[in-house]
Design a protein around this ligand. Structure first.
Ligand SMILES: [Zn+2]
Length: 161
């Protein structure tokens, strides 16, 4: 479990989710980007976010050399499936994708995407997460309407067991 503080919130990312990030980063080494959505639970009273699910890229997603565009309908089905199968506990928390680079920094397009998503989506939790997975680093951004607060984790692979 990776634990970090981001803004005023405590974030927990399970080893399973980190494993999915890492696995698809390796598969994306040949320049294609991969990604999906992240899901989990948010306790407002404890300001704690548990990221315990990450969707794998699907056949309807468009993975391109320098960007990743997920299929909206497929993602919605995953959100509904997870919600149902967790008795309403797991909810949509945000987005993740890989970069074929050593360092993880979101592109202007990535930041635009997460802002668009925040503005257009029914965000139940009041914020959205953006994970950018690179070879040596994991970028974690949190957008809650204003600016993006972020943490870059340089040793996320150490949490894989
Ligand atoms: Zn990106």
């Amino acid at each position: 479990m990776l634990r970090l503080n981001i803004g005023e919130r405590h974030l927990l990312v399970t080893t399973t989710v980190l494993g999915i990030f890492h696995q698809f980063h390796e598969l994306a080494e040949l320049k294609r980007e991969n990604g999906g959505i992240v899901l989990g639970q948010y306790s407002e009273s404890r300001q704690q976010v548990l990221v315990c699910r990450a969707s794998a890229p699907g056949p309807l997603d468009q993975a391109m050399n320098n960007s990743f565009r997920r299929n909206r309908k497929a993602a919605q089905q995953i959100v509904e499936y997870e919600f149902y199968n967790s008795s309403g506990r797991n909810t949509y928390l945000g987005e993740w994708h890989t970069h074929p680079t050593d360092r993880a920094a979101p592109s202007p397009g990535d930041l635009h995407m997460i802002r668009q998503q925040f503005a257009s989506n029914d965000v139940r939790i009041g914020f959205l997460l953006l994970f950018v997975v690179a070879r040596l680093e994991l970028f974690v951004g949190l957008l809650d309407g204003g600016s993006v607060v972020s943490v870059t984790v340089s040793d996320y692979l150490d949490f894989l067991d």
